[in-house]
Design a protein around this ligand. Structure first.
Ligand code: HEC
Ligand code: HEC
Length: 299
């Protein structure tokens, strides 16, 4: 008996150690932002392209105060967006640019804990693959610090056990938050398409809503942007991988929310358009180029 149990216990301990190691939070090197200067004006565009306000603004508020409070229903429980205003205690006023980089690229908090993927770092993490990605984070950080501070404390999530244990998210990240582009690029028209891919796959986190998820909440990249169940449980989010729209219709929709049939964007897409409408026309054109290129690909 002993001869079996002792090695088994040893094996179990080794497995536990391996899982513990695999689930360790990752962080950028300490000098990752050395030599970077953030520019708030440029950061404002990153902020809109990434739609931070659509989740972090207090519900029913139109002030630029990122006080948090919005609820997100999911099969694992209800998440609450935290206060990310410039408040030194209740917000992120004391965060360094590297703290923000670790949160966005690795989903790691300043205290070294994992964030839940309701914060779409599995998309933002692709900023690490883009040449100007770190500069965009430095710009975003300097912009966030110009916004008003809110003293409303962040509210706790309402999750069921075992989802309350953040450490387990490390394994989830190993499976579903790997930093890789979803669509390979052709060389033709590569500049606009590459920009569009950055805006769609990284900043705009379009996949977070438009791509179906598996039972563990990971995005099924093999069905990229092919439509998904609405996480609220009501209705479906439409596919955007095979749009039969003209380029002008699409850029017009991304700016105004009006579809070619004179319908207007509703639900969560209205908030996405509110952010996209603040970008220069060239950015919406790059998003449209990416989506139309995707639609033209054989499947
Ligand atoms: C889809 C909704 C959503 C979007 C979009 C979003 N966030 Fe969040 N964010 C969340 C949620 C939910 C959390 C809480 C995660 C947790 O507790 O693990 C969070 C957490 C954070 C935190 C950690 C705050 C803390 O107190 O530790 C920061 C910082 C943050 N977000 C910044 C941003 C920025 C900057 C953007 C835009 C680039 C952004 N978020 C976009 C939902 C979102
Ligand atoms: C927070 C969830 C969410 C995110 C993020 C999101 N969308 Fe949507 N999108 C929706 C919903 C919901 C609809 C349906 C809107 C409606 O019913 O009017 C929609 C509709 C659309 C449509 C119209 C499709 C049709 O056939 O009518 C397009 C195009 C689109 N989204 C593009 C995008 C792009 C590009 C991004 C990223 C920059 C994006 N969406 C990000 C939720 C989202």
């Amino acid at each position: 008996m002993r001869r079996v149990l002792v090695p088994l216990a040893g094996l179990a301990a080794l497995c536990a150690l391996a899982l513990w190691q695999l689930s360790a939070p990752k962080a950028l090197p300490p000098d990752a932002f050395d030599g970077f200067t953030g520019h708030p004006k440029a950061g404002e565009l990153v902020f809109h392209a990434a739609g931070c306000a659509s989740c972090h603004m207090a519900p029913q508020s139109d002030s630029p105060e990122l006080a948090g409070g919005m609820r997100f229903a999911s099969p694992f429980g209800t998440f609450r967006a935290p206060n990310i205003s410039a408040h030194p205690v209740h917000g992120i006023g004391r965060w360094t640019v590297r703290d923000l980089g670790n949160a966005m690229i690795y989903g790691t908090s300043p205290a070294g804990q994992h964030y839940y993927p309701a914060f779409p770092y599995s998309s933002y993490g692709r900023m690490a693959l883009w040449e100007g990605g770190l500069q965009d984070i430095a710009d975003l950080h300097s912009y966030l610090m110009t916004l008003p501070a809110s003293d409303s404390p962040s509210e706790p999530h309402d999750l069921a056990f075992p989802f309350t244990l953040r450490r387990g998210l490390g394994l989830w990240k190993q499976l579903f938050a790997q930093q890789a582009w979803v669509t390979p690029l052709d060389t033709e028209n590569a500049h606009t398409l590459a920009r569009g891919r950055y805006l769609v796959e990284a900043l705009g986190h379009c996949g977070a809503c438009h791509t179906p998820r598996n039972l563990l909440g990971g995005l099924q990249t093999s069905a990229w942007l092919s439509g998904a169940a609405n996480p609220t449980g009501r209705g479906r989010i439409p596919p955007i991988d095979a749009l039969e729209w003209g380029e002008r219709d699409l850029t017009y929709y991304l700016k105004t929310g009006f579809t070619p049939d004179f319908d207007s964007a509703g639900g969560h897409m209205a908030a996405v358009i509110a952010s996209l409408s603040k970008l220069p026309e060239s950015e919406r054109a790059a998003i449209a180029a990416y989506l139309l290129d995707l639609a033209a690909r054989p499947r």
